[in-house]
Every structure is written in structure tokens, then in C-alpha cells.
Write a protein that binds this ligand. Structure first.
Ligand code: PAD
Ligand code: ZN
Length: 367
């Protein structure tokens, strides 16, 4: 069948939106009609090569849709089921999965973007095989994906809101609640309050943090941050954010700092703005070849901790339905996250808006 999709053919060049041929699902695979795909910085990082995929690849890893067809041996999903796409494929059975670290599943040693049997499901009109970002590719009208990447949700939820839970919401909230396990009354700083960082702020609100300091270089993002629950804001364009955060915390530094940009300089800022024995949590995905450096003795003598947080240390099938319920109960903001809708053909405009800092989250909707 045909599917229209956003394809990265060359790094740092405009994304091409074109019709591709999509094969039927094989055993243990499912055909999903995409309802919505969020536009996350990680998609743009695939275009720039910061998150490396061989070309060509269909972008998108934050989405939701409806199952249209199930392949042989799929017993846990049915035609008509509403699903969120998980951007990790997990087996539920390996050592990491049994430790409830399913985002670090060890079972599928397949090169990035290929299906689990090491082949493609998408081909362009010249017959070239096309990869799928995170093995899903939500910036396509239809996707064939492993059933292990699916999270069934209740039909009553809006699929557009559910799409955001597929990455940004789960990553941001999860970094605070699952990875860092922030305690009530804590002080928290979030550096970078874009689509993911705003959700770290929401996570801090849910954790009942007392002080939530938003740090960004865009005034518009700091306004969003206040609406999502930041108690203080720091514009890092005119202030040293480390000094500013210390001033707001009696000179001590915050209990937890979350870096949600993917920049070695702001990672070091996160380290420097936590108090002694505090924790810096790195959420942003820096360029895959970049490193950061901190003073080794200071690290020991202050007992600081630095931890990474991948996909909010979530268990997609447990956490995503819970997050949707929190939204229904009015305890999580999803409507306010979507500040612009796009058609798939406008993907390059959506990336330009992301670089200009226009949106909390932009969302592509499909007819
Ligand atoms: P975004 O572009 O919506 O937000 C980034 C924010 O950072 C913007 O508001 C910028 O204004 C701000 N910013 C940029 N530079 C600075 C600076 N020097 N100081 C302060 N603020 C700054 O991106 P996003 O929220 O979609 O993604 C953020 C990062 O999170 C990105 O690296 C992405 O790849 C990563 C990510 N990680 C995971 C994970 O599993 N860890 C999942 C999803 C996304
Ligand atoms: Zn993402």
C-alpha cells in the first residue's frame, strides 16, 4: 500500500515529503494508521546527524493511531485498538526489562531503524529501502511496527493528546518521578523549557517540589514555563544561570537540576547549580560525538550525582495510561502543550519554528 511520509535523505537538507510503498505486516507486526505525530527536537537531531541514522529514514517517534491490521502471531492487539507508539522496542523478559528498566531492553541487537528481522518495510519509487526512526516513524500516514512498540490506550482519549505522551510528556515527567524520584518540598531547576522541559516542570509539580526554577534563553518559553508551574524563571541570555539559581536557593544550589537541551555547556551548568550531594539529571540528547567535562576532585568532595534519564525511565504500558488518566483528572496539562498544528507537508516549517523557539509543542495531524 501507499503511505505519505517525511523522509530525511541527506543530513542538514530539507526533509522530503513523498509517497512510499509500505509492505504488509509480517509475523508479530502491526499496521497502524497514524492520527498525530508530535515534533520533538530529537527528530530535528536526526536531520542534523546529532542523533545518527543512516539515510534515508522516515522521521517521527512521538505518535498515536489506530490499528488497521495485525500480522500473524499477534495476540495482544486487535484491529480498531487505539495505541501510543513507544520509541523503544522491549521484550519484557531480559535482565533489564525484569529490573523494570525496559527502555534499556537488551534483546534486540538490530541496527538503528530496521525492523527486528533486519529488513525494511518502506521503499521509495526507485525501490530504495527506507528506515523508520525508532523502528516506528510516526511522520507517516501508516506504519508497520513490532507489536512490542505498542501501548494500548482507552478509546475515550484524544489521539492528538495521546501522541504527546509517546515522547515529550513521558520523558519529562518520568525524568522527575521515575529517574530522580524528586521528594516533596524539593527545589528543582529545569534548564531548557521546550516540549520536554515543560513536562519536567509538570513532573516537579506532581512531585510537590516547593521551588521550580525554569531556565531558558527565550522569554516566550519562560512564559510557558510559568503557566506549567514554574515558581521562578531565569533568562540565561542576560544572567549567569548558575549564579541566578544559587541566589534563589540561599546560595546553596538546588536539590535537583534537569538539563533538557542536549548541550555539554548546559550539562555542566546543571552540575554546577546543584547543592552538595544534589543530583544533576541529563535528559537532553547531545550530539553523539560530544563529551562534557567536570572537575574530578570537586565531584568527589561535594558528593554530587550526575545521572542520565532515557525516556523518563518509563515502562510505557504502565506509565502512559497513567499519564492520560492524570490528564483526564485535570492534574496534567496536555491541551496547553500544543501551540501549533501542521500538515505533514509543512514539516520543514515545523522544524524552522522549533529552531526559532516558537512552540511549546507543534503537532502534525493526519486526515
Ligand atoms: P525544544 O527545542 O522544544 O526545547 C529546547 C529548549 O532549550 C528551547 O526552549 C530553547 O530555547 C532552550 N535552550 C536552547 N539553548 C539554551 C541555553 N543555552 N540555555 C537555556 N535554554 C536553552 O526541544 P525538546 O524539548 O523537544 O527536546 C529537548 C532535548 O531533549 C533534546 O536534546 C531532545 O533530543 C531530548 C530528548 N531526550 C529524550 C530522552 O529520552 N532523554 C527524549 C526526547 C527528547
Ligand atoms: Zn522525542
Amino acid at each position: 500500500m501507499k503511505t505519505r511520509a517525511a523522509v530525511m535523505y541527506e543530513h542538514n537538507q530539507p526533509v522530503v515529503v513523498e509517497d512510499l510503498e509500505l509492505e504488509d505486516p509480517k509475523a508479530n507486526e502491526v499496521l497502524v494508521r497514524t492520527a498525530a505525530s508530535g515534533v520533538c527536537h530529537s527528530d530535528l537531531s536526526v536531520v542534523t546527524g546529532a542523533i545518527y541514522y543512516d539515510a534515508a529514514v522516515v522521521l517521527g517517534h512521538e505518535g498515536a493511531g489506530i490499528i488497521e491490521h495485525v500480522g500473524k502471531d499477534v495476540t495482544d492487539f486487535h484491529v480498531g485498538d487505539h495505541v501510543i507508539l513507544s520509541f523503544v522496542t522491549y521484550c519484557s523478559d531480559c535482565k533489564m526489562c525484569r529490573m523494570e528498566k525496559v527502555c534499556l531492553c537488551e534483546s534486540y541487537d538490530v541496527p538503528r531503524g530496521y525492523q527486528l528481522d533486519g529488513t525494511y518495510r518502506l521503499y521509495n519509487k526507485s525501490g530504495q529501502g527506507i528506515l523508520q526512526m525508532a523502528r516506528i516513524a510516526t511522520m507517516s500516514e501508516y506504519m508497520v511496527v513490532p507489536h512490542q512498540n505498542l501501548v494500548k490506550i482507552d478509546d475515550r482519549h484524544s489521539l492528538e493528546k495521546a501522541a504527546l505522551v509517546g515522547c515529550g510528556v513521558t520523558t519529562g515527567v518520568g525524568a522527575v518521578l521515575n529517574t530522580a524520584k524528586v521528594e516533596p518540598g524539593s527545589s528543582v531547576a529545569v534548564i531548557g523549557t521546550g516540549g520536554v522541559g515543560l513536562n519536567a516542570i509538570q513532573g516537579a509539580v506532581l512531585a510537590k517540589a516547593k521551588k521550580i526554577i525554569a531556565v531558558d534563553i527565550a522569554e516566550k518559553k519562560l512564559d510557558f514555563a510559568k503557566r506549567f508551574g514554574a515558581t521562578d524563571v531565569v533568562n540565561a541570555t542576560d544572567n549567569d544561570p548558575v549564579e541566578a539559581v544559587r541566589e534563589l536557593t540561599e546560595g546553596r544550589g538546588v536539590d535537583y537540576a534537569f538539563e533538557v537541551i542536549g548541550n555539554p555547556d548546559t550539562i555542566v551548568q546543571a552540575y554546577r547549580m546543584v547543592r552538595a550531594a544534589g543530583t544533576a539529571v541529563i535528559v537532553g540528547m547531545a550530539h553523539h560525538q560530544k563529551e562534557f567535562s567536570i572537575p574530578a576532585q570537586h565531584f568527589v568532595a561535594t558528593e554530587r550525582q550526575i545521572i542520565g534519564s532515557f525516556y523518563g525511565s518509563c515502562q510505557p504500558r504502565v506509565d502512559m495510561p497513567k499519564l492520560l488518566n492524570l490528564y483526564t483528572e485535570g492534574k496534567l496539562k496536555l491541551d496547553e502543550l500544543i501551540t501549533k498544528h501542521y500538515q505533514l507537508d509543512q514539516i520543514n516549517e515545523a522544524f524552522a519554528d522549533m529552531e526559532a523557539g516558537e512552540n511549546a509543542r507543534g503537532v502534525i495531524t493526519f486526515n
